[in-house]
Design a protein around this ligand. Structure first.
Ligand SMILES: NC(=O)c1ccc[n+]([C@@H]2O[C@H](COP(=O)([O-])OP(=O)(O)OC[C@H]3O[C@@H](n4cnc5c(N)ncnc54)[C@H](O)[C@@H]3O)[C@@H](O)[C@H]2O)c1
Length: 440
């Protein structure tokens, strides 16, 4: 099958790699010319385990191409997948300008019938807007070409995106046209071998399913963070509580880790966008507001712990941070909790010595020109001479550090574990002051 993917970011590239891997012919398109030039030379703009090899191999075999031309992307294509960004607008609702720009171009340029698949995360009703956008341009041209717009939200997790795409738990397709449904069943047949994973539904339910999944997961995290704040006040250990409730199969262990809040390009913006959508329909989604408010407060937790330890005297202190990306195994810095901590420390007159195994470049770009922020290649070098060390992202290389070395090389042996990965006993045995989230 001949497929084009518009938008070559995390979702577009992983989808392009996965669909070409199973034999489809895929063109990945992006308006960012530099990105396309790099991809043609085998340079992948993001860090995602396994992605580079897969993109290079499929390009070498001629099943995967890159272009910055929409006309090329629309040439002889059966399915066009929209995977452009839907960042938050000023009021928190999803900015659909990129998606609608693609719809316009499709209307301007298509010559043959086409199925347009919206994979970007978009508010309910967007597929209808895409359809209207295409129709408007076709009408302007006086052209009568058949097309269908379907919804097909993406559920991959950064850091495990390739396996999520190749072995999905489910494939959601929202479509109201039998022919288009048959084509999409064919597209995904290679991923649907083991058991039926394709769930077909109406377009609006499919659009809402993506927000429902992300807000459900974000709610679990915020509830756990809320409980960790209660645990801290009543003298309980949230880690015991976590084990105590995770063992209940109705609750389960996943997504109940307390910590310094969730970040990333999806949860924060999707919780906000769904809340705004509900508002547009006259409904106040109280729980969604609370999920966001709890998360925003939680991102300040590591700073508060430092402030408490140093009695508010953070001016002139040097604070080491381990982990900058919003979670391990990605270089994505979007809405990373580390950024909130860095900002608060710098405003308080402290300086930051940071380390991250993959996100340093991305962090340097985001924080370009920021005085008092330095990145080190070695985690122990970042901690050397520091007044405190804060763990913000639980990359595997931080799980068993040399606490004796930290104790000796830091100016003050103070550790804030923003992800509860270390044992309080093991750390404190070294004479280190140790703080975690919701633990005594
Ligand atoms: N990143 C994730 O983990 C994830 C998971 C599931 C769903 N999503 C959703 O998928 C969508 C894409 O997310 P992402 O993280 O891949 O974004 P991204 O920012 O990494 O990539 C988007 C790409 O689209 C390109 N683009 C923008 N406008 C364009 C246009 N008019 N024509 C062609 N290219 C254009 C940009 O240059 C960029 O390369 C979003 O709606 C997001 O919410 C993301």
């Amino acid at each position: 099958m001949r497929i084009s993917i518009i938008g070559s970011g995390y979702v577009g590239l992983v989808s392009g790699a996965g669909l070409s891997e199973v034999g489809h012919h895929v063109v990945c398109m992006d308006i960012n010319q530099e990105r396309i030039d790099n991809l043609r030379n085998g340079i992948v703009p993001i860090f995602e385990p396994g992605l580079e090899d897969m993109l290079q191999e499929n390009s070498r075999q001629g099943r995967l191409e890159f272009t910055s031309s929409m006309a090329d992307a629309l040439d002889d294509v059966q399915v066009l997948i929209i995977a452009v960004g839907t960042p938050p607008d000023e009021d928190g609702s999803a900015d659909l300008s990129h998606v609608l720009a693609v719809a316009r171009s499709v209307g301007e340029l298509i010559e043959k019938p086409l199925v347009v698949v919206v994979k970007s995360t978009v508010p309910v009703g967007t597929c209808e807007k895409v359809s209207e956008g295409i129709s408007r341009e076709l009408k302007r041209r006086g052209a009568d070409i058949d097309f269908t717009v379907a919804s097909n939200p993406e559920f991959l997790k950064e850091g495990a995106a390739i396996s999520d795409f190749m072995k999905p738990d489910r494939i959601i397709v929202g479509v109201d046209n039998e022919e288009a449904e048959a084509l999409l069943r064919e597209l995904y047949a290679p991923f649907n071998r083991n058991h039926e994973k394709l769930l077909c539904m109406d377009v609006r339910s499919s659009e809402l399913t993506k927000y429902a999944a992300n807000t459900m997961l974000a709610t679990k995290i915020s509830l756990m963070n809320e409980l960790s704040n209660v645990a801290e006040r009543v003298g309980a250990d949230i880690e015991h509580v976590r084990n105590g409730i995770g063992s209940d199969p109705r609750i389960g262990y996943s997504f109940i880790y307390p910590g310094a809040g969730y970040g990333g390009s999806c949860f924060p913006k999707d919780v906000r966008a769904l809340e705004r959508t509900a508002g547009q329909y006259g409904y106040q989604a109280e729980l969604l507001r609370a999920v966001e408010a709890v998360n925003n407060r939680q991102k300040h937790k590591p700073f508060e712990l430092l402030e408490r330890h140093f009695n508010g005297q953070l001016h002139g202190r040097q604070v080491a941070i381990w982990g900058l990306s919003f979670k391990p195994n990605t270089d994505d810095m979007r809405e990373a909790p580390s950024l909130v901590l860095i900002q608060a420390l710098i405003e308080a007159g402290a300086s930051v010595r940071a380390h991250d195994p993959e996100a340093s470049q991305e962090a340097a770009a985001v924080l370009e020109g920021q005085q008092g922020f330095d990145i080190f290649e070695d985690p122990y070098e970042a901690a050397e001479g520091a007044d405190a060390l804060v763990l913000m992202t639980e990359w595997k290389l931080y799980w068993a550090p040399d606490f004796d070395l930290l104790y000796k090389s830091m100016k003050h042996a103070v550790i804030v574990d923003g992800r509860n990965i270390w044992s309080p006993q093991i750390v404190r045995r070294r004479g280190i002051s140790y703080y975690a989230i919701g633990r005594p």
